[in-house]
Design a protein around this ligand. Structure first.
Ligand code: SAM
Length: 362
């Protein structure tokens, strides 16, 4: 069996042998890819520790045990930054963080000491993040859709917005390099950097000074409320300790959202999208979008969501911008243009799953 296939089959299993394999894979393959030295060092030893594996086995069958165990410990530390284990976490340490290689003993003691609090977190929470840097791909996508619609103000509907932070994409500052292209509010507290890759010219579509937006809302099965400190702490806990820029971006974007909360509807896009599309003002251009979301849809819900856009396009044009993983550490940004019940798909860009780089294709 190929490694990737075995990894998929291991997802919901909680026996010690499988869990040990899952932690080793996470430490050896996933951590180096994203620069996670602390979790990488911990995984090797967790895989040999019966008590920690038994604790991780309490993770809900739909969620990945390594992410959940690490996020649960991080979540508790975020509430108690004075705990000695915090000294191994770059975002929490009072001085230079201690070496990941010496983290296992205090990490193990912390988890076992707090097992009663960690267990319900493992059983009930979700690995639900909100990755702001993905806006580096959305911005040129919106510019493209806006131009295709003659700069008519857009009615935006995000499917799977999580906390809705990316609904406020036009309140951020963007910096694309090489090329030194900047866009947005120079005084924004949120900066979205992005490396441009590839040889196709232009490296980006022309970005108009303003992309007019008439309205915006999101539909999520489980919207994260940024006014709830506990929900925000969990969102922060899911960001890896070394990713200091992501921590800072999240904090700043939450600050914007708290002052002007995004409109989020709770439910499945399959159920709620038709009505949101129907009720959009007639003098606006409809643009539905979603990033790293469709992969979570059961087939029926996915069919119904796409059908809602196709059906609405018999009345008026609908554009759909979708960024999803392709399976090999790359994501694709596509525009699906629904017109008169027909659809035409264009791949606009390749991008890193977290939006760190972008290769514009058209
Ligand atoms: C991996 S998160 C991505 C969040 C955000 N789009 C981002 O890129 O940071 C996927 C989101 O899709 C939501 N979701 C999953 N299935 C959904 C459905 N059928 N309808 C609406 N939202 C859904 C989840 O609750 C979650 O917030």
């Amino acid at each position: 069996m190929r490694a990737a296939e075995r990894h998929r089959n291991d997802f919901a299993r909680r026996d010690p042998e499988t869990l040990a394999r899952v932690f080793r894979h996470f430490g050896e393959v996933e951590c180096p890819q994203v620069g996670g030295r602390l979790y990488g060092a911990l995984c090797a030893e967790i895989a040999d520790d019966a008590e920690l594996l038994a604790l991780a086995a309490r993770t809900s069958p739909t969620q990945p045990p390594p992410n959940m165990l690490f996020a649960s410990a991080h979540y508790l530390l975020l509430a108690d930054g004075a705990h000695p284990l915090a000294e191994w976490y770059p975002a929490l340490a009072s001085e230079a963080p201690r070496s990941p290689e010496s983290a296992f003993t205090p990490f193990r003691a912390f988890c076992l000491e707090h097992a009663e609090v960690i267990t319900p977190l493992l059983e009930t929470r979700l690995t639900q993040t909100n990755v702001i840097q993905r806006c580096s791909a959305l911005l040129p996508g919106f510019a493209h859709v806006s131009r295709q619609n003659g700069a008519t103000p857009l009615t935006l509907v995000e499917i799977g917005p999580s906390a809705g932070l990316n609904l406020q994409w036009d309140r951020f500052r963007y910096e694309y390099d090489p090329g030194g292209v900047a866009w947005g509010d120079p005084d924004s507290p949120v900066t979205v950097p992005c490396e441009l890759r590839g040889t196709t010219l232009p490296a980006l579509p022309e970005l108009p000074a303003r992309i007019p937006v008439a309205g915006r809302s999101g539909i999520d099965l489980n919207p994260v409320d940024v006014s709830d400190p506990d929900a925000v702490r969990w969102l922060r806990a899911l960001i890896w300790p070394e990713h200091l820029e992501r921590h800072a971006r999240l904090e700043a974007a939450i600050g914007i959202a708290r002052r002007d909360p995004p409109t989020l509807h709770r439910g499945s896009a399959a159920d709620l999208l038709p009505e949101l599309l129907r009720s959009a003002p007639a003098d606006t251009a409809l643009c539905v979008y979603g990033t790293h979301t469709l992969y979570q849809f059961p087939p029926d819900a996915l069919r119904a969501t796409l059908k809602a856009m196709q059906a609405e396009s018999r009345e008026r044009p609908v554009d759909f911008l979708t960024m999803e993983g392709t399976g090999d550490r790359c994501s694709e940004l596509r525009r699906v243009a629904y017109r008169d019940g027909e659809r035409q798909t264009t791949t606009l860009a390749n991008a890193s799953p977290h939006g760190r780089w972008l290769e514009w294709l058209t």
